[in-house]
Design a protein around this ligand. Structure first.
Ligand code: ZN
Length: 315
């Protein structure tokens, strides 16, 4: 009896924590939080996941640290966006591709469904996560890359991916119904940078960027006044910010519109190139887009529940 009790005590730690006793079969490194979320939804416990770019990190200018390089060297599979999103990291990733599996998941999207890059004529717009329909293809590419790296998990990856794709389809339907409730004339998205091209294309919004406009130059002033005219003529009630936008331009737009008797509000902050804080709903792909869709809809006079598609948005 006493021996049994000792045996139980000895075995207990092993019985209680079987997951800790062995590590996940494959090590995966993902560049952006959006790609990491897809890998997490599909890979679950079968992958050990590291995300290089957390909340608020700009992928265009991201540079790797020593610990990032170490994680990349130790990975069984590296997932990145491609389409020149990770501009600074690209040479290292291409180099690593000589010796391990490195997959540019956004490049799985057929080129004839991509738009050209707003700044580089010979490149495509990399912000594909903004359109749930394009993102579907990326999710499938993540699933296939995981299955190729760990064939024993293929059935689980397929089932998890199917479940996640169903959520993405629900998100796309929510986006359509919410955003189409915005009065047609007000379907103009004035944002800080050029990340919303696919969003505008998918949901029939005109997208006007204000990044890079300098109020110090005549050309800049002309652009501001053209934007102001658009805001007034179409009675657009809100413009949107990201942390990177200059206050001066926003103020110039607001003041210009006010001088013509039209009040413009700040409609909220949108997630453009990074997901929200780790552990939050907005820190998932679905939560990130739900936040953007719901914020835009409500600020521009459409109808959407304050808590978003799942009632889970941070108030
Ligand atoms: Zn961007």
């Amino acid at each position: 009896m006493r021996f049994l009790r000792i045996l139980t005590v000895m075995l207990l730690p092993f019985l209680a924590t079987p997951a800790l006793a062995q590590s996940a079969p494959i090590k995966v490194v993902a560049t952006t939080g959006m790609i990491a979320d897809a890998a997490n939804q599909i890979g679950g416990d079968l992958i050990e996941l590291k995300t290089l770019m957390g909340a608020g990190v700009d992928p265009h200018s991201f540079r790797q640290t020593r610990s990032d390089i170490l994680a990349l060297m130790n990975a069984d599979l590296i997932l990145w966006n491609g389409l020149y999103l990770e501009a600074q990291l690209e040479p290292l990733l291409l180099d690593l591709a000589q010796s391990r599996t490195v997959v540019a998941v956004a490049e799985a999207i057929p080129q004839d469904t991509l738009s050209s890059h707003p700044e580089y004529e010979d490149r495509f717009d990399p912000h594909v996560w903004m359109d749930p329909t394009l993102w579907r293809t990326v999710v499938l590419a993540v699933r296939d890359a995981l299955s190729a790296s760990y064939p024993e998990g293929a059935a689980i990856f397929e089932a998890n991916a199917a479940q996640h794709l169903a959520e993405i389809d629900r998100l796309a339907a929510y986006a359509q119904s919410s955003l189409s409730s915005v009065p047609e004339a007000a379907r103009v998205l004035v944002t800080a940078h050029d990340a919303f091209g696919y969003f505008g294309r998918a949901f029939d919004f005109e997208v006007l960027g204000i990044q890079g406009i300098s109020t110090a130059s005549e050309a800049g002033l002309l652009q501001i006044s053209t934007l102001v005219d658009t805001l007034v003529a179409r009675q657009i009630g809100a413009i949107f910010v990201e942390s990177s936008v200059s206050d001066r331009n926003i103020r110039a737009l607001q003041e210009g519109a006010a001088a013509q008797g039209h009040a413009v509000a700040i409609g909220g902050e949108l997630y453009s190139d990074a997901i929200g804080p780790e552990g939050s709903y907005e820190g998932t792909y679905i939560g990130m887009l739900d936040h953007n869709i719901t914020t835009i809809t409500r600020a521009l006079g459409g109808t959407a529940p304050a808590g978003g598609m799942n009632g889970a948005l941070t108030p």
